[in-house]
Design a protein around this ligand. Structure first.
Ligand code: SF4
Length: 346
């Protein structure tokens, strides 16, 4: 049986240089190929036009390039673009391009399905099938960057890890992908324009602080009362708010960077004064800003967007306490591209 060929993009530049040396070639050839793979986005060895035919054949005999393929692309009438992306093993993840007047943001996936079980989320209904590799995360960004240039005449300006999956449950690969996205040998984007959004895994938040990461941190909080949060995000039982608070304080002490809280207000779930008071109190532990996100019901979801009055109540109490709050209207609803809606329906 023929041995399975290795994905060449799993190799570091150094490993590629060593590979060429072992083949009796110059280590420099490794740099050339690396540039084709990451900066020029080659999809096949044939594309590497300044590499000799023999070398290309030798690469073909030893490796594959497991590029993602945009299977279907849908455009919303508000300009939002959703890609269903096919991976080399046939599995599908989704990523979204969200344009505004001043930015174009890519919302990318980090896992196929999700390890967690937030009850309001469509992705949670797909069990976690596997983690994405760094190159699969990177490729989603490149695909969206290309679409941004094509449809909006500007490159991608921001990235949020808010698609399918819990990024901190695939930490090493997410970090490797971000390294590539920010490297001059990749897309050269500033880490300040990247936000990793987690449902709150305390141990990993501390690890990020220890690793001195330069990107931003967002936490999907949705409730600052343990009993309420556990009913909507059952893993809160394992990672209660006290542990989350301690991890966030640790993050701030080390990084001095504000945290963003993502927060949806649902009717009959977290729309009372008690919920607001608990949230305002939580916001005071660590410097933060708040994004109140409009909810998009999923098919048979029992969760419904709270009334405008409840939203206004949240906003006025947060503002009274000098907490910066933005309301994020939902985008791409008509193509199921909005927050919590990604579930491979396209
Ligand atoms: S909200 Fe995020 S962490 Fe929760 S189940 Fe959905 S994808 Fe996973």
């Amino acid at each position: 049986m023929a041995a399975t060929k290795k994905d060449i993009r799993a190799l570091t530049k150094e490993q590629l240089r060593e590979f060429f040396e072992k083949q009796g070639d110059k280590a420099f050839r490794g740099n050339q190929v690396y540039e084709w793979l990451w900066q020029k986005g080659a999809h096949s060895f044939e594309d590497m036009t300044n590499v000799s035919k023999e070398t290309r054949q030798m690469l073909e005999d030893n490796f594959v390039i497991n590029h993602i393929k945009v299977d279907t692309m849908q455009r919303s009438n508000d300009g939002t673009v959703k890609n269903a992306v096919r991976l080399h093993d046939g599995l599908i993840v989704e990523s979204v391009l969200i344009p505004t007047a001043t930015r174009t943001t890519a919302c990318v996936s980090s896992q196929v399905g999700c390890s967690l079980d937030c009850r309001f989320c469509a992705t949670a209904r797909l069990k976690r099938m596997r983690n994405l590799n760094p190159d699969e995360i990177y490729d989603q960004v490149v695909a969206i960057d290309n679409e941004s240039k094509l449809y909006f005449n500007r490159p991608l300006s921001n990235i949020v890890f808010m698609g399918m999956g819990e990024p901190l449950m695939n930490y090493n690969n997410v970090i490797k992908a971000i390294d590539k996205i920010t490297s001059p040998e990749g897309l050269g984007m500033s880490p300040k324009r990247i936000t990793v959004s987690t449902s709150g895994v305390p141990k990993m938040i501390k690890k990020m602080a220890d690793d001195d990461v330069k990107f931003n941190l967002a936490v999907s909080l949705h409730s600052a009362i343990d009993e309420v949060r556990t009913t909507i995000m059952p893993f809160n039982e394992t990672f209660p708010l006290e542990d989350l608070r301690e991890a966030l304080e640790y993050w701030y002490a080390k990084t001095k960077r504000k945290i963003s809280y993502e927060y949806v207000v649902w009717k009959g779930i977290n729309d009372t004064q008690k919920d607001i008071d608990a949230f305002v109190k939580f916001c005071k532990y660590v410097p933060c800003k708040v994004n109140i996100i409009e909810y998009n019901p999923i098919d048979d979801g029992e969760f419904q967007q709270a009334s405008n009055e409840a939203l206004e109540n949240y906003i006025s109490h947060l503002e009274k306490n000098r907490i910066v709050v933005n309301v994020r209207r939902s985008r791409g609803k008509d193509i199921d591209a909005a927050c919590g809606q990604l579930a491979n329906k396209s």
